[in-house]
Design a protein around this ligand. Structure first.
Ligand SMILES: N[C@@H](CCC(=O)N[C@@H](CS)C(=O)NCC(=O)O)C(=O)O
Length: 269
């Protein structure tokens, strides 16, 4: 046989590879997305670190994650292999290629970005605007998570904390050194908490999980693994909506199957 048997999901999806260590929060957003699409076990994750030669060959910036998709698996010619970096671009590609393929195979997974009504199926301006808004709302969270939240949580608190711990600093020293950053992070979390709880649904953009949740979660899971995460942990958390949502996210199979190798898993050991 010289062509893939497209009646089978694995062959219809082709081969998917993700370059990125599970420690990488942006990588985890993408692998959680694949798991949520029902593709656990259908992709290969290469746990390369940022700026490694393997990554730089595919992303000149050296950042994680990188996606390699061969639509016809081993039958794909080199020029037809898709290599993408920037998690938001990877997300778009998975929505446009992988999700419809998975749906065709009867996996009734919910779309991680709400779809627009089929081309020309409605001329109702309000309906169209609502559908467009639902998609843009997901983008809005993805953008906030990738910029403001990531900066303030990872660069402001988690990474400097890890660096200081490595040098032997105790909790009090870390707190004093990072006090200003911790205050800034609290201000951001307070705004996200207010935004999130305006909508009384269990996830950020409705009653089903979307990319909004998948982009916000990994950095907050890292934060919860540190003492500074107490504001989003437990019954007396300062930000109770985010704490309860984080518990719901922790319980998802996609979070469990991408947990090994994360900051939280390493600190548990
Ligand atoms: N805008 C990029 C950011 C990717 C990113 O910063 N990835 C982190 C790992 S979570 C990384 O590679 N960091 C290495 C560095 O900043 O030098 C994306 O969305 O993919």
């Amino acid at each position: 046989m010289t062509t893939p048997d497209k009646t089978r999901l694995a062959e219809d999806v082709g081969s998917l590879e993700i370059f990125g260590t599970p420690f990488s929060t942006f990588t985890r957003s993408i692998t959680m997305g694949l798991e949520e699409m029902g593709l656990g076990g259908h992709y290969i994750q290469h746990p390369f670190t940022p700026h490694s030669a393997e990554v730089k060959k595919r992303n000149p910036l050296g950042l994680l994650p990188v996606l390699i998709h061969r639509p016809d698996a081993i039958y794909t010619s080199a020029e037809n292999a898709v290599v993408l970096f920037e998690s938001n671009a990877v997300r778009r590609y998975l929505d446009d290629f992988v999700y419809p393929t998975v749906s065709r195979h009867g996996k009734n997974q919910h779309a991680l970005t709400p779809p627009l009504p089929g081309h020309g199926t409605t001329q109702d301006g309000v309906l169209l605007a609502q559908a467009a808004e639902a998609r843009a709302r997901v983008d809005q969270w993805v953008s906030m998570a990738s910029s403001t939240l990531f900066q303030n949580v990872e660069f402001g608190v988690v990474k400097p904390r890890l660096a200081m711990e490595k040098n032997g600093a105790d909790d009090a020293t870390v707190y004093t050194a990072l006090e200003g950053n911790i205050d800034k992070m609290h201000a951001v979390l307070s705004k996200l908490e207010d935004l999130a709880k305006r909508d009384p649904t269990p996830f950020l953009c409705g009653s089903e999980i979307t990319w909004a949740d998948l982009f916000l979660y990994p950095a907050l899971a890292d934060l919860r693994a540190t003492p500074q995460g107490d504001v989003i942990r437990g019954s007396d958390a300062r930000f109770p909506w985010i704490a309860a949502w984080s518990d719901r996210m922790d319980a998802r199979p996609s979070a469990k199957s991408t947990y090994e190798g994360t900051l939280a898993s390493q600190r548990k050991k």
